[in-house]
Design a protein around this ligand. Structure first.
Ligand code: SF4
Ligand code: F3S
Length: 108
């Protein structure tokens, strides 16, 4: 099992999650974070930290967002580690209520 960052994080990137991870499993892209499934130890600590409820155990990811499981693994291999909280993206409040944000996810 691993935990997975899903769509709600896109264009929000609050980063509260990274501070509690005991194994530095988060990786940072321009407007999204992912969890490295090879590093995550399933401690569940990050789930309660995310203000937009973006993080799920892989077995609990809603069907419409199953592609985010593979996306976390793929992008974790490309993006750098993030361990310290930083301010959320400028329009995080607006994007927190947008549901279909896949097209806005930037890989680089
Ligand atoms: Fe890190 Fe635990 Fe979240 Fe996995 S479940 S990413 S180990 S805080
Ligand atoms: Fe994203 Fe939530 Fe972490 S918005 S950066 S998963 S706290």
């Amino acid at each position: 099992m691993t935990f997975v960052v899903t769509e709600a994080c896109v264009n929000c990137k609050h980063t509260d999650c990274v501070e509690v991870c005991p194994v530095d499993a988060f990786r940072e892209g321009p407007n999204f974070l992912v969890i490295d499934p090879g590093a995550c130890i399933d401690c569940i600590a990050c789930v309660a930290e995310c203000p937009v409820h973006a993080i799920y155990a892989d077995v609990d990811v809603p069907p419409a967002m199953h592609d985010y499981i593979a996306l976390n693994e793929e992008l974790a291999a490309e993006w750098p580690v993030i361990t310290r909280k930083k301010p959320p993206l400028a329009e995080a409040e607006h994007w927190a209520t947008v549901t279909d944000k896949r097209a806005a996810l930037r890989r680089a």
